[in-house]
Design a protein around this ligand. Structure first.
Ligand code: MN
Ligand code: MN
Length: 300
């Protein structure tokens, strides 16, 4: 691994496939952020990265939806970030350096978490001008229980730190303060009840077309708890995994500069269904990009 990167990340036993990929031959560099200090309801997302790596070992590397073989997925697993438990600011600092390095190598970072707090830092370090977030929550509190570096503040940190454009999908649990803030800042928001409407796809396509550099973040609690019970703050009436495949398809032509899957809490996922879904999201995102490039005649 790159010398500088090995200061921030250490490799782990079981890695995310493709196993044969070296950092030089990769298109994406995946890493875990095993940190959950601000979890408000149920902690345990620090074990999310491990669960994703465990569950993928038994899964077929094939995308039925996109028709893409994933045996040679060019994803390099760089291991886990050196987190400082209880210190989100220090962890965010290390994260920024790791993401800047990955981006400077011409690779796209894929972060697996871990709490959602780190998304804005990764998105900004990757040079994103636009953020699409799938989440049950707006994550636009000024602070939560006095902590401004909480997962309940993630999207607000992005906006307040200069993130220009924001599109939220799956939102259904907000405070009055958050609703006022989102309106004031012009954050585009669609609830799960609006995803079948024409205006949703039109708005999403339009947002993607105007994005120069896009970061995509998935908080696992965007899904209905029947699909993904393994989260710290479950919310009923969520989106379905098939909704997300359509979203991936709609954004596959974007200049993607980073991607994450956050808030997976394996302690609340005894059947591993949420972990399997989280692993699959990474594979399908990869497949959506590859299918698009194959159609347009380019390599990956
Ligand atoms: Mn969130
Ligand atoms: Mn959430």
């Amino acid at each position: 691994m790159d010398d500088e990167l090995s200061m921030y990340l250490s490799r782990v036993g079981l890695t995310f496939p493709g196993l044969e990929t070296t950092i030089d031959s990769s298109d994406y560099v995946l890493f875990g952020v095993p940190f959950d200090s601000s979890s408000s309801a149920f902690p345990g997302s620090r074990y999310g990265p491990k669960a994703i790596r465990d569950v993928i070992q038994g899964m077929e590397l094939w995308s039925e939806y996109f028709g893409v073989d994933l045996e040679e997925m060019r994803v390099y697993d760089a291991g886990d970030l050196a987190v400082s438990h209880g210190d989100a600011a220090a962890t965010a600092n290390t994260l920024k350096r790791a993401v800047q390095k990955i981006t400077s190598l011409g690779k796209i970072p894929i972060m697996i978490g871990g709490e959602h707090t780190f998304t804005p830092f990764a998105a900004l370090a990757a040079g994103a001008d636009s953020l699409i977030v799938l989440d049950a929550h707006a994550d636009c509190r000024k602070d939560y229980l006095g902590n401004p570096l909480s997962h309940a503040c993630a999207t607000r940190i992005w906006v307040d730190s200069g993130g220009k454009r924001t599109f939220q999908i799956g939102i259904r649990a907000t405070s009055r303060e958050e609703r006022d803030y989102c309106k004031e800042k012009g954050i585009i928001q669609f609830s799960p009840f609006q995803l079948q409407s024409d205006s949703f796809m039109k708005s999403l396509t339009d947002f993607v077309r105007k994005s120069r550099s896009l970061y995509l973040s998935i908080d696992m609690d965007a899904f209905d708890p029947s699909y993904a019970p393994g989260v710290g703050t479950p919310e009923p009436f969520g989106i379905s995994p098939i909704d997300v495949l359509r979203i991936f398809e709609a954004i596959s032509g974007a200049n993607l500069v980073g991607f994450d899957v956050m808030e997976l809490c394996p302690l609340r996922d005894p059947s591993y269904s949420s972990s399997a879904l989280a692993a699959k999201l990474i594979m399908e995102l990869y497949a959506s990009k590859k299918a698009r490039l194959t159609r347009s005649g380019g390599g990956v």
